[in-house]
Write a protein that binds this ligand. Structure first.
Ligand SMILES: [Zn+2]
Ligand SMILES: [Zn+2]
Length: 368
């Protein structure tokens, strides 16, 4: 019987524990994957702190690339129809919608399907098949998981460097809509902000301004084609930042503002950065960060359109993989991977992300 190791969150805010289980038999329609690389997402830090309602113990990690170790009966194609075999390098959507419920089938909002549970978040690991998160040597993909075979010319680092941030941004920008030559502001220079910048640029935005910090993140924004950056450490008040955006947009404000911060105050500030009739997307609030005083008059007076966007669908992952492959030079997501850790160092990897030291920390289970 083959055994596999995993790094497990057993108690909030305490070090992850290395555990070992027998690798499960693969049922019909399922897949067993050997983890090649698992990304650490900012959400993992929130999960570790207990800021989201999840059951423990859990194996964190919802951005994963692996190689197929075993295919269950009846599974021979990925989501796009490509054939699958042992040894293929694959990635997958962390959550699957049911396809049949009110939100999936009738209202076409599958990301709001009540049946959705995400790998690395919503599955306890103390019962079989255990391996339902990225921080482990193996990953079990349940029947129905939307799997994507990776082309040989797309590095694993590109997929993990882009992580869940890119598919989140693709979905958010799709819902909001960016017109050709729009002037866009991205609030936040973390992974979601950088991804939103790349998507906005490729959607036809003329000028994209990124607001954030610290400096190394703004340098990444410039490398990804930001036309202007506003450093929070230099332009310290909301009023000054709103003024800076006006000056960059002929005095009017931006056509589209994308919030990728996750702090409630940023929303109040960002809406003021929109031109009249502009659009505002609240994308960064995956955790409940609390409330903020806000004057709804702003939305009426400015005739704003306000959007929200949650997670992503399989088609967004398909688009992301094609985008990553085609625009490796323009948007070098592979360079985002800055820190590599072994599975035994998973805790350290998580803390590096918590302290904002890394562009992107990853776990490479095979690393010694
Ligand atoms: Zn994530
Ligand atoms: Zn559903």
């Amino acid at each position: 019987m083959q055994r596999g190791k995993a790094s497990v969150l057993e108690r909030f805010k305490e070090p992850l524990q290395l555990r070992e289980w027998t690798v499960p038999e693969v049922e019909a329609g399922a897949t067993l994957v050997r983890t090649e690389m698992a990304g650490i997402c900012g959400t993992d830090v929130h999960l570790w702190k207990g800021e989201l309602p999840i059951g423990l113990p859990v194996i964190l990690g919802h951005e994963t690339v692996g190689r197929i170790e075993a295919l269950g009966a009846g599974l021979d194609r990925d989501w796009t129809g490509q054939s699958l075999k042992k040894g293929d390098r694959v990635t997958w959507n962390s959550a699957v919608s049911c396809g049949k419920c009110y939100y999936c089938a009738e209202k076409r909002q599958p990301t709001r399907c009540p049946q959705r549970r995400a790998y690395g978040i919503g599955y306890r690991c103390d019962e079989g098949p255990h391996f339902l998160g990225g921080y482990a040597e193996f990953h079990y993909l349940r029947p129905g998981t939307t799997i994507f075979k990776l082309p040989d010319d797309l590095p694993t680092e590109s997929v993990i460097g882009a992580g869940c941030a890119l598919i989140t941004a693709i979905h958010g920008v799709e819902r909001t809509g960016i017109d050709w030559q729009d002037k866009v502001v991205v609030q936040g220079a973390g992974p979601v902000g950088i991804a939103a910048l790349a998507v906005a640029k490729s959607a036809g935005a003329s000028e994209v301004t990124v607001i954030g910090g610290p400096k190394h993140r703004l340098d990444t924004a410039k490398e990804f084609g930001a036309d202007h950056v506003i450093d929070l450490a230099e332009v310290k008040t909301p009023e000054a930042r709103i003024q800076a955006v006006r000056e960059l947009t002929g005095g009017y404000g931006a056509d589209v503002v994308l919030e990728c911060v996750g702090a409630p105050g940023a929303v109040v500030e960002g809406m003021e950065m929109c031109r009249d009739g502009g659009k505002y997307l609240v994308l960064g609030h995956y955790c409940d960060a609390g409330t903020v005083a806000f004057n709804p008059h702003v939305i009426t007076r400015k005739q704003l359109q306000v959007f929200g966007s949650w997670s992503s669908e399989p088609r967004h992952l398909k688009a992301a993989l094609e985008f990553l492959r085609r625009y490796r030079k323009e948007f070098p997501f592979e360079k985002m991977v800055s820190h590599r850790f072994s599975l035994e160092q998973a805790n350290e990897a998580l803390q590096t992300t918590a302290r904002w030291q890394a562009s992107k920390s990853v776990i490479v289970p095979g690393k010694r």
